[in-house]
Design a protein. Structure first.
Length: 433
């Protein structure tokens, strides 16, 4: 059966026979003025408190990546990086007293803000398992549970739009070396889940850097920026995964029962049927057992059909090189408040192998995007117009400035860079100067 596939995580490959940048990039970096003086930094510290730490498994001390660290009572939050590290900024005038850490398969942890230190907070979560025989709310029929996700969208997700603030990052690696990093604070108009309108993004503040020398053979460009990450909201955009033909093209099974945010969840495993020869997905759906809302999805693209997979991802490539995607992995998380589930975090990572004619060794590239929602409100809801919004055909690295000083983000919550990205940022900043 021929299935219509519509997934918009667009990657553009462009050939550059030579670079005409001359010294423009270096000049721009030299001309970037420091945004904060020492006096301004002191003023900023009077406005908000900054807490750094690490989220770990209580038994193994292994870092827990992509855990949510949220301030209780308000919509302020951040996400731990791939090393389990986090940075959280809380305005001093907020009437709050606790933070809550949540992670799939672990008990929630509440911590008093007054007990936190500025740095080196180690927050340990306890894992939890739920035997299948303890769950009797619904029949353990995976197909019924999957159908219920779509049937209950109007009940479980907000019908009205809201405004969100988020932190977005995209990176490109050549082999094991980061060659491009772009980051931004973004404003998001999140359309209601029963509205036909698309989500919108506005770049509020951003920065970037590239190592041109290491990319002078093949230049990767990520099209769409934060728009592509928002498309991973598979409840808002069901054609990306939960399409009408999703059920008939996949086999489903109940893999386990777990807890997320102290709520019991069914873990549904899905794989494309053997008679389907085009690239579809495989992965896990986490379905909250009481209201049957999708709270998380982890999925990957089946790349066994290399030719079809290449056509999905590669918009343009130079002659003389065969570009083959080797992995494509995605994650989306939602958070619940007052009975409604809100988009909270998304990440996509695609790896490619580039095989050049007349070259002995392959080159491997990795492109990653992630977005974390750090604040949300339901007032002053506005649609962005014209040049105010970031369009799907734009490339973020072409729209923002080079890396600035360490205090670039000010009071805004960001995702801590992991150690390898942090090292790459330092190197790229030196080159930009």
């Amino acid at each position: 059966m021929k299935t219509k596939i519509r997934f918009y995580f667009a990657i553009i490959l462009s050939a550059f026979l030579f670079f005409s940048f001359s010294n423009a990039m270096a000049a721009e970096g030299n001309n970037v003025k420091k945004e904060k003086t020492k006096v301004q930094q002191v003023i900023d510290t009077l406005k908000y408190d900054v807490y750094k730490g690490k989220v770990q498994d209580s038994k193994t001390n292994e870092p827990l990546m992509f855990a949510t660290i949220a301030v209780k009572g308000v919509n302020v939050a951040t996400v731990s990086n791939s090393d389990g590290e986090f940075l959280l900024k809380i305005a001093k005038d907020l009437p709050v007293s606790k933070i809550e850490i949540t992670y799939i398969g672990y008990k929630n942890l509440e911590v008093s803000i007054s007990s936190l230190k500025d740095k080196k907070n180690i927050l340990k979560l306890e894992s939890v398992t739920i035997p299948l025989d303890q769950i009797n709310i619904y029949p353990l029929d995976p197909l019924f549970l999957v159908k219920s996700i779509l049937a209950k969208i109007g009940q479980n997700y907000p019908k009205d739009p809201n405004m969100m603030k988020g932190f977005y990052r995209e990176t490109i690696k050549k082999n094991r070396t980061y060659v491009a990093i772009s980051e931004a604070i973004v404003n998001i108009h999140k359309a209601g889940y029963r509205q036909l309108k698309d989500d919108q993004v506005q770049i509020y503040k951003g920065r970037k850097s590239q190592d041109v020398k290491k990319m002078d053979t093949l230049l990767f460009k990520l099209q769409g920026g934060p728009n592509t990450s928002l498309l991973l909201d598979v409840v808002k955009n069901p054609y990306n995964l939960l399409s009408d033909d999703f059920i008939e093209n996949y086999n489903f099974s109940i893999k386990s029962i777990t807890k997320i945010n102290d709520k019991i969840h069914y873990v549904i495993e899905f794989k494309q049927k053997e008679n389907i020869d085009i690239p579809l997905y495989y992965g896990l759906l986490y379905i909250e057992s009481t209201n049957l809302a999708l709270s998380s999805a982890k999925f990957s693209l089946n790349l066994s059909n290399e030719e079809e997979a290449s056509r999905m991802f590669i918009k343009r490539k130079p002659a003389g090189v065969k570009v083959t995607p080797t992995s494509a992995d995605y994650l989306v998380n939602y958070t619940e408040k007052d009975g409604k589930w809100y988009f909270n975090y998304a990440r996509g990572e695609i790896n490619f192998k580039c095989n050049w004619k007349r070259k002995l060794f392959n080159t491997n590239y990795s492109a990653m995007t992630e977005i974390a929602i750090t604040d949300r409100n339901e007032q002053n809801i506005v649609r962005f117009r014209g040049d105010d919004k970031f369009r799907a055909n734009q490339i973020m690295a072409e729209e923002v400035n080079n890396f600035a000083d360490a205090n670039f983000w000010g009071e805004y919550n960001t995702i801590e860079p992991d150690q390898s990205i942090e090292s790459a940022i330092r190197k790229l900043k030196r080159k930009a100067r």
